[in-house]
Design a binder for this molecule. Structure first.
Ligand SMILES: Nc1ncnc2c1ncn2[C@@H]1O[C@H](COP(=O)(O)OP(=O)(O)OP(=O)(O)O)[C@@H](O)[C@H]1O
Length: 576
C-alpha cells in the first residue's frame, strides 16, 4: 500500500503532490477524531454500569463525540476538495506532458499499433487514474490510518486485545498484497484487450471511406465485433478469478471482529476487564471491521493506479531525440547532406548520400516508388536522426538546432491534409499565433480560398475533425493559406499536386505559386510541367542519387531520367 502511494506520488506533478500530502495529513487528523469516539463510549458505559449516570455525564460524553465528529466533517470536506482537484489535475497535466514528450519522439514510432496504445493511455488510462486518484488515496489511507489508530487505542484498554487486533490486521494486509499481486498478473491481459479494441475502432473509423467504397462493412464490423467480444470475455474471466479471493478477504475482516469479541468476553469472564471496557472493545471491533472493509474495497483499486502510472511512465520513457539544440535563426536556407546513411530499424534506405540545395532554388526529387524521396525530405527537418553523416541547414547540423527553431524553417504541403475541429481562423493561426484578421484574409486570398466567403460564418466557421466538411481541394488550399502565413524559408511539396482534379488544378497551382515565391522549394511527385523548370532535379534510386541536373541536361544524358520521360510505360511506379 505504501509502495502504491510512493509510485503514485512519484508520478504526480510536484504541485499536486503537495495537495495529496496535505490531504493525507487531514486524513490522519480525521482518524484521530474517529478514535476519540472510543473513550467517550467507554466513559458512557462506565457511568451506566456503575450507576453514576446523570445528565452531566451524558452531555460530557456527547460533547466528546460531537466535537471530533464536527471537526471530522470539515476535514473530510477539505481533504475531498484537495483530492478531487489533485486527481483530475494530475491526469490533465500528465496528458500534456505525454503530448509534449511525443513531440520529440522520432516519427518512426508512430504507426497504427502505437496510435492505439497512445490513445488508450491518454484517454482510458488517464481517465481511470483521475477517477481513482480522487477517491482511492483518501479511502485507502483513511481505512489504513483509522484501523491503525483504533488498534493503537485498543492497547490502552487491554494490550491482549491490541495484540489480537494487530495480528488480524497483519494477516489482512498480507492477504491484500496477494490480491494486488493477482491483479497485477491479470493486468496485461486486460490491457491487450483494451489496445485491441481501440485498434479495431481506429481502423474502422479512420478507414470508413475505404470500408464504404469497397463495401467492407460486413468484414470490418465482424473484426470490430470480434475484438470487442474477445475483450469483454477477458475482462469477465479476470473478474471471475478475483471474486473468490475477495470473498476470503471479506471473511478475514469478519473473523478479526469475531476473535476480538471472543477474547474480550473471555477476559471479562476471567475477571481481567470490567463490563465497560469489554463493551467498548466489542464496539471497536465493528469500527475496525468497517475501516478494513473500506481499505479492502479501495486497495483493490490501488493496483489499477500502479498500472496506470506504469503505462504513463512507459510512454514518457520512450527514447526521444536529443533536443538540447540551440535557438538559432538561420541566415540562409542552404541545405547540405554529407555522406548520409539512414535505415528504418534494420532496413537500409539511404546509402552514403551527399547533395547540396542552394537557397531560393527549386529542386525536385524523382525516382521509383519506395526509392527514399520522402525519407530524404524528412531527414532535412529531422523527423528522424541519420545513422551516419550529417544533414546541414545554413551550414549547421540540424541536430544542433532546437526543434522549434529548426521547424521554423520548413513547411510541408502534403496531398492529404489534416485540419483541426475548430474555426478556420484558429486552424490558420496554428501557423502564426498573432496573425491579424487582415493577414489571415490576405493568406486566404493568395491561396485561392474564395469558398470561405460563402461559408455561413466565413473565417469563423467551424470545420469538422480532419476537415471533413470541406472538399479535398478546399482543404488543400486552406493548408496552403496556413503555410503562406507561416512564411518559412523552405517549402517541401510532398505529392501535393498528385491526383488533383482539373477543376481544382488551376486554383491549386496558383496557390502554390503564391506560397513558393522567393523560397527554397523542394518537390516530390510534382507535375512534369513544373519539374521541367526546376533548377536541379535529383534522380533517386535505392536511396542514392543516380543522376542530377536540369531537365534539358538530363535529357542529353542517356540515363534513367531520359528513359523515363521518353517511355513512361516502362517506368511504371516512377514518380516525378
Ligand atoms: N516509418 C517507416 N518505417 C519503416 N519503413 C518505412 C517508413 N517509411 C517509409 N518506409 C520505407 O522506406 C522506403 C522508402 O520510403 P519513402 O517513402 O522515402 O519512398 P518514396 O520514394 O518517397 O516512395 P513514394 O514515391 O512511393 O512515396 C520504402 O520501402 C518504405 O516502405
Amino acid at each position: 500500500m505504501l509502495k502504491m502511494l510512493k509510485v503514485f506520488f512519484d508520478f504526480c506533478p510536484s504541485k499536486r503532490k503537495k495537495q495529496f500530502y496535505l490531504a493525507i495529513v487531514l486524513t490522519v487528523l480525521m482518524g484521530i477524531c474517529e478514535a476519540a469516539k472510543l473513550p467517550a463510549i467507554w466513559y458512557l458505559f462506565k457511568n451506566v454500569f456503575e450507576g453514576t449516570f446523570d445528565l452531566y455525564t451524558v452531555l460530557f460524553a456527547f460533547l466528546i463525540m460531537l466535537v471530533p465528529a464536527v471537526i471530522s466533517i470539515g476535514l473530510k470536506y477539505a481533504s475531498s476538495m484537495l483530492q478531487v482537484d489533485g486527481g483530475y489535475s494530475t491526469a490533465a497535466e500528465k496528458r500534456i506532458e505525454i503530448a509534449e514528450h511525443l513531440r520529440y519522439v522520432p516519427m518512426g514510432y508512430f504507426n497504427n499499433n502505437s496510435l492505439a496504445y497512445i490513445t488508450s493511455v491518454t484517454t482510458n488510462t488517464m481517465e481511470q487514474l483521475s477517477d481513482i486518484a480522487t477517491r482511492v488515496v483518501m479511502l485507502v489511507t483513511t481505512g489504513l490510518i483509522n484501523t491503525l489508530i483504533v488498534v493503537a487505542s485498543l492497547f490502552f484498554f487491554d494490550y491482549r486485545i491490541g495484540l489480537v487486533a494487530l495480528a488480524g490486521v497483519i494477516v489482512y494486509l498480507l492477504f491484500n498484497e496477494w490480491i494486488k499481486y493477482l491483479g497485477k498478473k491479470f493486468a496485461p491481459d486486460k490491457e491487450k484487450a483494451d489496445v485491441a479494441i481501440i485498434g479495431a475502432t481506429l481502423d474502422y473509423v479512420l478507414g470508413i471511406s475505404e470500408i464504404k467504397s469497397y463495401n467492407l462493412y460486413g468484414k470490418y464490423s465482424k473484426r470490430f465485433n470480434e475484438a470487442n467480444e474477445r475483450g469483454t470475455k477477458l475482462y469477465q474471466t479476470v473478474e471471475l478469478k478475483m471474486i473468490p479471493v475477495q470473498t476470503i478477504q471479506t471473511y478475514i475482516t469478519r473473523l478479526i471482529g469475531v476473535c476480538m469479541t471472543a477474547v474480550a468476553i473471555l477476559l471479562f469472564i476471567n475477571g481481567y476487564n470490567d463490563l465497560a471496557t469489554t463493551m467498548t472493545i466489542i464496539i471497536a471491533s465493528f469500527i475496525i471491521y468497517s475501516s478494513l472493509d473500506a481499505m479492502g474495497t479501495f486497495s483493490a483499486l490501488s493496483k489499477i493506479i500502479e498500472r496506470c502510472v506504469e503505462k504513463g511512465n512507459e510512454i514518457l520513457s520512450i527514447e526521444t531525440m536529443n533536443i538540447k539544440g540551440e535557438d538559432y535563426k538561420t541566415k540562409s536556407s542552404d541545405i547540405e547532406f554529407k555522406n548520409v546513411s539512414f535505415s528504418y530499424d534494420k532496413k537500409s534506405i539511404i546509402n552514403n548520400l551527399s547533395l547540396k540545395i542552394k537557397e531560393n532554388t527549386k529542386v525536385a526529387f524523382v525516382g521509383p516508388s519506395g526509392s527514399g524521396k520522402t525519407t530524404i525530405c524528412h531527414l532535412m527537418a529531422r523527423f528522424w536522426d541519420v545513422n551516419e553523416g550529417e544533414v546541414l541547414l545554413d551550414n549547421k547540423n540540424v541536430k544542433d538546432y532546437n526543434i522549434d527553431s529548426l521547424m521554423e524553417n520548413f513547411t510541408f504541403v502534403f496531398q492529404n491534409v489534416y485540419l483541426f475541429n475548430d474555426t478556420i481562423i484558429n486552424n490558420l493561426r496554428i501557423a502564426k499565433e498573432a496573425a491579424t484578421e487582415e493577414e489571415i484574409n490576405n493568406a486566404l486570398k493568395l491561396a485561392c480560398c474564395d469558398f470561405v466567403n460563402d461559408l455561413p460564418e466565413g473565417i469563423n466557421t467551424v470545420i469538422g475533425e480532419g476537415g471533413q466538411t470541406l472538399s479535398g481541394g478546399e482543404l488543400q488550399r486552406l493548408s496552403i493559406a496556413r503555410a503562406i502565413l507561416k512564411d518559412s524559408k523552405i517549402v517541401i511539396l510532398d505529392e501535393a499536386t498528385a491526383n488533383v482534379d482539373p477543376e481544382n488544378e488551376e486554383k491549386l497551382m496558383k496557390a502554390i505559386d503564391s506560397l513558393t515565391k522567393n523560397k527554397t522549394v523542394i518537390m516530390i511527385a510534382h507535375r512534369l510541367k513544373t519539374v521541367k523548370n526546376c533548377d536541379n532535379i535529383f534522380v533517386i534510386d535505392e536511396g542514392n542519387i543516380v543522376e542530377s541536373g536540369k531537365h534539358e541536361d538530363l535529357l542529353k544524358n542517356d540515363g534513367i531520367y531520359k528513359r523515363f520521360i521518353l517511355d513512361r510505360k516502362e517506368a511504371v511506379g516512377w514518380k516525378l
